[in-house]
Design a protein around this ligand. Structure first.
Ligand code: ZN
Ligand code: ZN
Length: 340
């Protein structure tokens, strides 16, 4: 019996995943490359019973979606999975959580195919340089507040209308739209996201920013050939930010860090209480930079904050059990302190 060659099942046009591209970005580009609207494309491939856009596919990486895409394109299941946030399991967090806040991942807060959150960030200069603008998986990470290539702040909304990024909706509800030239277009008002204002970052302490930049490059590479990475540092940074955010009011620890680093304190209204991932890019950048400062140079600044009681071990270790890795010895010593 003649076996039908696999290749006949392939889509007429099947763009490869670009370096660091997210599954959702690639899926949308593939639909458009085949001259189809994203909704039509997804209905054809996955059926009406399996809606794609009411969930965060980059975070959840549905097996049925990945398996189908591996059948209709030359990409393997393994290659496609690298477009999902599972890539960072065991590194930035233990395991992908299917609901609630996932440490380190910006939530999309999906609601009827709309995103209520601003969970997709972008660098206008990276998009400008792309031959085919596409969205990077790493831009979904909460620690990724600036572009390590261009040293500019990322953005998470349209500079004209303020809508969050949702490239799967560019042609939605517009029957006349057949072709989409670029994903760097605001779905709501059509503005070109590549023209968004550029805001260079100020690395106010060179060593800490350089360490942070290198880690961002590592995240972008999926920690591939990145050398030894201190994954525990991410857990510490996240916990320090959480402590700085406080609960109903900003804690004295926040003001202590501002004072030590010479950074002017920000008004309470700019912060969302809760966790790092629910805060704006600007707030995350402000807090993460100060957390890296505290972790700089042999942990002595951290030790000092503990010694003078600005920071308590119990606060620091409260959520560190969620860290995917054990603390390095020098940090364990600090965390255990007199309990040792
Ligand atoms: Zn960039
Ligand atoms: Zn817009």
């Amino acid at each position: 019996m003649a076996v039908e060659p696999e290749v006949t099942h392939w889509l007429p046009v099947h763009p490869s995943m670009l370096p660091g591209e997210s599954l959702s970005s690639w899926l949308v580009r593939t639909a458009h490359a085949n001259g189809l609207k994203v909704e039509t494309f997804c209905h054809h491939l996955f059926g009406l019973q399996r809606p794609v856009w009411n969930r965060d596919i980059d975070r959840l990486g549905p097996e049925w979606l990945i398996a189908t895409m591996a059948k209709v394109t030359p990409m393997t299941v393994e290659q496609i999975r690298r477009g999902t946030l599972a890539l960072y399991e065991g590194k930035l967090f233990k395991q992908i959580r299917h609901s609630g806040i996932n440490p380190g991942i910006l939530p999309l807060l999906t609601y009827h195919r709309r995103y209520r959150g601003h969970g997709i960030q972008y660098c206008p200069l990276c998009l400008q340089q792309d031959e085919r603008p596409y969205f990077r998986l790493a831009w979904r990470i909460a620690y990724y507040t600036f572009c390590p290539h261009h040293m500019v702040m990322l953005r998470d909304e349209c500079h004209v209308c303020g809508a969050g990024v949702a490239f799967h909706r560019i042609e939605q509800g517009r029957p006349e739209r057949r072709d989409v030239e670029t994903l760097a277009e605001c779905w709501n008002c059509g503005a070109d996201l590549r023209q968004a204002p550029i805001e260079p970052i100020t690395p106010w302490i060179r060593g800490s920013f350089e360490r942070w930049r290198k880690l961002l490059l590592n995240i972008e590479n999926g920690f591939h050939n990145g050398g030894a990475v201190d994954y525990y540092a991410f857990a510490l940074v996240r916990q320090l930010c959480r402590i700085m955010l406080g609960n109903r009011r900003l804690p004295s620890f926040y003001f202590y860090i501002c004072q030590r680093t010479g950074q002017p304190p920000w008004p309470r209204e700019r912060f969302s209480p809760h966790v790092l991932e629910m805060n704006s890019i600007a707030v995350r950048h402000h807090l993460i930079a100060m957390a890296w400062w505290l972790l700089g140079r042999g942990k002595s600044k951290l030790a000092h904050a503990l010694a003078i009681g600005e920071l308590h071990r119990s606060q620091l270790t409260r959520d560190l059990r969620y860290s995917p890795v054990e603390p390095p010895r020098r940090v364990r010593y600090l965390l255990e302190g007199s309990q040792k």
